[in-house]
Ligand binder design. Structure first.
Ligand code: SF4
Ligand code: FES
Length: 336
């Protein structure tokens, strides 16, 4: 074992991590299917996580010193690893069953408006429900509904779609100098508020749109302009005095329809970008083009430009999954 590191096994795959690492981040070091889904955790936002419960896992062995299993499923984004810990994610039927329940719970008040929602095609909740959801709801009560609100001139809040993950509140708290955005109320009356619709007009407020896992916060400069899977993502940069200036441009033909930050394999922004880059630089001449943006094949955005990642370790060790993965690669090859 490397010095100072501790060993943990997730779905039978061993990884060595620094003490203090969470189960979620240990799984991210392995990558692939063993990484639990996250709807509220966001590695660059301090204190995020612990709200949505989609990342629940089973700890079947607590540690080398105390091998007793943990009595309940735990939130992997908030639970630290111990030396010798054994964790189950996709190999535990109990976890998969619980995740179905969480998806059903998240969808209780969420409207089925993917056909008219700008987030469709890049919505974490849409992807999560395809993977773990059940076909129908068992909920018969009235759902919460809200009027749409403009948060400043660039962001639209559609509270009916919000899953109260608090990510946007953390952006407001941690990235902008004047917090005018928060959650009011508790329980089923909680709502995101800007305290009497104050405009959020500081330099980094647009990042709320990118961190929102659903279509609750959308870019008013892009709303209803196009379906995201018809656009072409291209990486570009500019010399920006406020942020790194590294962005993704979303083209339709010759026109830049929107500008976003660049997202990594876990759907998180590699770097936060400023509002000037996001909202006011929509001409190709504003940018130096770096090349096409890689798109993972887990979302409809990737239609027509599939990119299959290397098989994760869990596939490498499983003959049935290997065969399935080979078939997928062959199908993708034909589509090229
Ligand atoms: S508006 Fe979006 S980012 Fe903010 S709490 Fe709701 S779901 Fe999360
Ligand atoms: S990602 Fe862990 S509780 Fe939401």
């Amino acid at each position: 074992m490397s010095e100072g590191k501790i060993k943990v096994s997730i779905d039978g795959i061993l990884v060595e991590v620094e003490p203090g690492t969470t189960i979620m981040n240990a799984a991210r070091q392995i990558g692939g299917d063993v990484v639990p889904p996250a709807m509220c955790y966001y590695s660059s936002l301090e204190g995020s996580g612990g709200k949505c419960r989609t990342c629940l896992v089973k700890v079947s062995k607590g540690s080398e010193k105390d091998p007793r299993p943990m009595p309940k499923l735990v939130a992997s984004c908030r639970t630290g690893v111990m030396d010798g810990m054994e964790v189950q994610n996709i190999t535990s039927p109990e976890v998969l069953e619980a995740r179905k329940g969480i998806v059903e719970f998240l969808l209780i008040n969420h409207p089925l408006d993917c056909p008219v929602c700008d987030q469709a095609g890049e919505c974490d909740l849409q992807n999560l429900s395809y993977k773990h959801g059940i076909e129908e709801t068992r909920y018969n009560f009235d759902r919460r509904t809200f009027e749409k609100i403009d948060i400043g001139d660039k962001i639209k809040l559609h509270m009916t779609r919000c899953i109260l993950c608090y990510r946007c509140v953390m952006v407001a708290d941690q990235l902008t100098d004047k917090r005018v955005h928060g959650v009011l109320g508790r329980g089923d009356v909680s709502e995101i508020s800007t305290y009497i619709s104050n405009a959020v007009d500081n330099d980094f407020s647009g990042n709320m749109i990118d961190v929102c896992p659903v279509g609750a916060l959308t870019d008013r400069t892009f709303r209803f302009k196009n379906r995201v899977w018809f656009t072409k993502p291209v990486e570009a940069h500019r010399d920006c005095p406020t942020c790194s200036g590294k962005v993704t441009l979303w083209y339709k033909g010759e026109e830049v329809l929107r500008v976003t930050g660049r997202k990594d394999e876990f759907g998180e922004l590699e770097e936060f970008i400023c509002n000037d880059c996001r909202f006011d630089k929509k001409a190709t001449s504003d940018w130096v083009i770096d090349g096409p943006r890689s798109v993972k094949n887990t979302s409809v955005i990737s239609s027509n430009h599939y990119e299959l990642p290397a098989p994760p370790p869990v596939i490498k060790e499983n003959l049935k999954l290997q065969t399935e993965n080979k078939k997928q690669l062959e199908r993708a090859e034909k589509l090229k």
